[in-house]
Design a protein around this ligand. Structure first.
Ligand code: SF4
Ligand code: SF4
Length: 715
């Protein structure tokens, strides 16, 4: 497999990564520990307030980039620094290389700088006979190994101590053990000599403060202090997005960065450099600051992507990403990795360089939840998907499939045919094996069968009470064609609460599959068609038992219609969103209003609960299903990582089967570990994935939609 991103086969790279136990073991352990330590260090901190302050400071810079850069330049130069604004990677490389050549520099020491990785500075200097040595321990390790960083903060996280001892042994020509203190001592001794020898030091910067022309560095190893003080020439290479206007604006970043990056209150060293200082022989040092644009100003002008300026490069989005945890950083091909890496790669290179890696994101939203910059990382990845789709169109089969999903009569007819065809493979409501090229579909999870009768046919047979309170039921594709029993249970429970349920016949797919594929125009057509069907009814509530559909109704229809320039329809979508409920939300409300009464509350059986990504992070619904199930007598046995994605993600299971399977395996283990009798879900997609996985694994635990668990539990 090639490591060159231009020739790397993404699927081969994924296979290689997931089958590397050192990588997956290290990342798995780290991600588990990180969540705990980060939560602890943020205790008592107003995270939302911090996010807001970072966002305000950085968006000011994005909106006034040239002005803030000029202020920085003027103030830094007034204090004796030389500031060069490099518009491109080439200009930045040429400036630093020419400076080194002009000053007769042969040896450079560097502290960690992602900007220098971004422009491949070391390789460029080497071509001119100049050696640049990394001095951050992780960076030095990967430099010796001839690799690229796999993580923004911990560049060598993918390597074990045994691998590091092999790398060091080669360097010092001595067989070393994997004893970490001994390895650190070796590194310290080797690096110290390089510091004394170097004629130039190159550092990055975590923050560049315009009001004084200062740069601020947060580090833990102390190497940056030596890089910036010992050599007579110090060059700072810093991306323009690191600018802030004032110290007040730097404060929230300094507050969040160590907490988010390394779960520390503060790093061991915080260095503030304002202008050059004297060297020990009394002469002045030279301080050069290269403020690098390299498409950042273009990004700042893009109304959607300018929010990427809020990134403080803490890498917490990588640490919680279920995909990054499986594949590490090298699969992303370029310097920046994970979800934010996908976005930065698309900008700092070209849009099409993110073609393969954007497909790694399952849109679970974990990164968005934790990002101190408040960046909608999955939303921006979708925007990349959308722009790629707009440029080159969808693959023919995908486009045809999405069109069919929206055409209810055709979709229905096709599923009828599939229902008849599935009979020879079906057993006990599952398809456990499929022939030939279809076999991978049922390899790691059994598939549910298509129901004999669709929900709309079933619904006609449920006699509705005539009531004052009415609700329109939005079924969604999986409930309509695969799990009509779930729909039936929902309707019966609402009836118990005295609600008359209406099923608007004009409803179709919610559009989430189209939206998730980047086909925003098709998603808008779905939204429009559904709005017409739903708004035709005079009802108090719209209810759905599908968390993904709920996300579409509550959030995405208005968003997508606005995006497509249909603002009056978007206003209608907002009105509809205000009365839309996920099933458990409405049941909780009915119980609270005493319109639903649990039969009795003696213990029934134990349950664990899987939070769907859409319910938890898009709709904020996670307490309600637990409370409702407990209120009728189920005993909760909470599972580890209850809100981590199960690996379903719609077509993700087909496009990324290896990753989908690994995520499912982890979820199944977490479910089994609870020893619960049943696992409750509120998303038919998760029901397909988890239910099928449990069936394939011949588990005693069954997956059930919570409506099925509640259907006969009310007076
Ligand atoms: S996107 Fe957010 S979480 Fe990720 S590195 Fe940037 S600031 Fe940190
Ligand atoms: S949305 Fe989920 S899969 Fe996508 S980048 Fe964020 S954490 Fe990773």
């Amino acid at each position: 497999m090639s490591n060159d991103p231009k020739t790397q086969d993404i699927y081969a790279a994924i296979d290689k990564a997931v089958n590397n136990p050192n990588l997956t073991g290290a990342l798995g352990r780290f991600s588990e520990a990180y969540v705990v330590s980060r939560a602890k260090v943020y205790e008592g901190v107003d995270f939302e307030g911090l996010r807001k302050a970072i966002g305000t400071a950085r968006q000011y810079v994005a909106d006034h980039l040239e002005e803030v850069a000029e202020t920085f330049k003027k103030n830094a130069e007034a204090r004796g620094a030389k500031v060069f604004i490099a518009r491109s990677a080439k200009e930045a490389k040429d400036y630093i290389t020419n400076l080194a050549l002009e000053k007769g520099v042969k040896s450079i020491v560097k502290s960690k700088s992602m900007a220098s990785e971004e422009i491949h500075l070391n390789e460029h200097l080497a071509k001119h006979g100049i050696t640049a040595e990394e001095t951050d321990l992780g960076e030095w390790i990967i430099q010796l190994a001839g690799q690229k960083p796999s993580h923004m903060v911990m560049p060598a996280i993918h390597l074990t101590k045994e691998e590091v001892s092999d790398i060091f042994s080669k360097e010092v020509h001595e067989r070393l053990t994997s004893d970490i203190p001994r390895l650190v001592k070796v590194a310290r001794k080797e690096l110290r000599e390089k510091f004394f020898r170097a004629e130039m030091g190159i550092s990055g910067a975590n923050i560049a403060i315009a009001e004084t022309g200062s740069i601020l560095l947060v580090t833990n190893e102390g190497n940056a202090r030596l890089v910036t003080t010992l050599p007579k020439i110090h060059v700072v290479l810093v991306g323009m997005e690191k600018l802030v206007q004032s110290y007040m604006d730097a404060a929230p970043i300094l507050h969040a960065l160590p907490r988010s990056a390394t779960s520390q209150l503060l790093t061991s060293y915080v260095s503030l450099i304002t202008g050059p200082t004297k060297t020990e022989d009394g002469t002045m040092k030279e301080l050069h600051i290269v403020l690098m644009d390299n498409k950042r100003s273009e990004m700042a002008r893009d109304p959607k992507f300018k929010q990427a300026f809020n990134c403080i490069r803490c890498a917490s989005c990588l640490n919680v990403c279920p995909v990054y945890r499986l594949v590490g950083g090298h699969v992303f091909g370029y310097v920046y990795t994970g979800g934010i890496g996908t976005i930065l790669t698309a900008w700092f290179n070209e849009l099409k360089t993110s073609q393969d890696i954007q497909g790694l994101c399952i849109q679970c939203g974990k990164c968005k939840e934790i990002c101190p910059g408040g960046i909608d990382i999955p939303g921006l990845i979708l925007e990349i998907r959308h722009r790629l789709t707009a440029n080159q169109g969808l693959p023919f089969i995908q486009k045809a499939a999405l069109k069919v999903i929206n055409n209810r009569p055709v979709f229905h007819a096709m599923l009828r045919a599939a229902y008849l065809g599935q009979k020879m493979f079906e057993k006990e409501g599952y398809i456990r094996h499929l022939p030939m090229f279809l076999s991978p579909l049922a390899e790691y999870r059994s598939l549910p069968t298509i129901a004999k009768e669709s929900f709309r046919e079933v619904f006609k047979k449920i006699k509705q009470p005539k009531g004052r309170v009415k609700a329109a039921f939005f079924a969604g594709c999986a409930t309509e064609f695969v799990f009509p029993k779930v729909g039936e249970a929902i309707v019966k429970i609402l009836n118990k609460a005295g609600i008359e349920v209406i099923f608007p016949e004009g409803q179709t797919c919610c559009g989430i599959p189209h939206w998730g594929s980047g086909a925003f125009d098709m998603a808008a057509m779905s939204a429009e068609q559904n709005l017409k069907a739903l708004l035709d009814n005079d009802v108090q509530y719209i209810v759905t038992g599908c968390a993904s559909c709920a996300t579409a109704l509550k959030k995405e229809w208005a968003h997508i219609l606005k995006d497509q320039g249909k603002s009056s329809l978007a206003a209608d979508a907002e009105k509809l969103a205000a009365k839309t409920y996920i099933f458990s939300e409405l049941v909780k409300k009915m119980i609270d209003e005493k319109r639903l009464t649990p039969k009795d509350t003696k213990k029934i059986m134990s349950f664990t609960y899987h939070d769907s990504c859409h319910a938890k992070r898009h709709c904020g619904v996670y307490k309600e299903p637990r409370e409702v199930l407990q209120s009728v007598g189920y005993e909760l046995k909470e599972m580890f990582e209850c809100d981590t994605c199960c690996g379903m993600g719609g077509s993700y299971t087909v496009k990324q089967p290896t990753l989908s399977m690994r995520m499912l395996q982890r979820k199944l283990k977490n479910i089994e570990d609870t020893g619960a009798d049943v696992v409750g879900v509120e998303c038919p997609g998760c029901l397909i994935q988890i239910g099928g996985g449990l069936d394939k694994a011949k588990s005693k635990i069954k997956a059930k939609h919570i409506a099925e668990l509640l259907v006969d539990k009310f007076e």
